[in-house]
Design a protein around this ligand. Structure first.
Ligand code: THU
Length: 135
């Protein structure tokens, strides 16, 4: 995906898919819905939403749900992930570590589906420069 990420041709479709996934989120405790759309290197998209639990710490974020979907379908190389939340949310620390596991140059784009003027983007490396690694 060329920079800036939000000008890429895939961006509108990724926003749309992240927005639709967000509406499937299960967030009865926080009432904060999050959706993610993950673009693979070969142009496929996998989505995820947050799924909360009465045992709060078991809740899973939309980004990690999307990555698990992709990996379960045999995809491990990613170009971009769009995260939809209102107000806009940048990925939590756990999700940053999860994203950068699969590459340091993945475009991470946060958007607010209820306010299209609100968009931020980073690379996975920028979000977690000193990640834990066995390298
Ligand atoms: N959440 C995500 O899905 N992604 C993030 O990067 C930040 C937080 C979810 C987790 C929880 O269900 C809700 O947002 C409030 O923290």
């Amino acid at each position: 995906m060329s920079k800036p990420a939000e000008l890429s041709p895939e961006f509108p479709s990724l926003v749309q898919q992240a927005t639709e996934a967000r509406l499937k989120g299960y967030a009865p405790y926080s009432n904060f819905l999050v959706g993610a759309a993950l673009l693979t290197i070969d142009g496929r998209t996998f989505t995820g939403c947050n799924v909360e639990n009465a045992s709060y710490g078991l809740s899973i974020c939309a980004e990690r749900a999307a990555i698990c979907q992709a990996v379960a379908h045999g995809h491990r190389e990613f170009r971009a992930i769009v995260v939809a939340a209102s107000p806009l949310a940048s990925p939590c620390g756990a999700c940053r570590q999860f994203i950068v596991e699969f590459g340091r140059d993945i475009s991470v784009i946060a958007c607010d589906p209820e306010d299209v003027t609100q968009v931020k983007h980073w690379t996975s490396e920028q979000l977690l420069p000193a990640r834990f690694s066995f390298e």
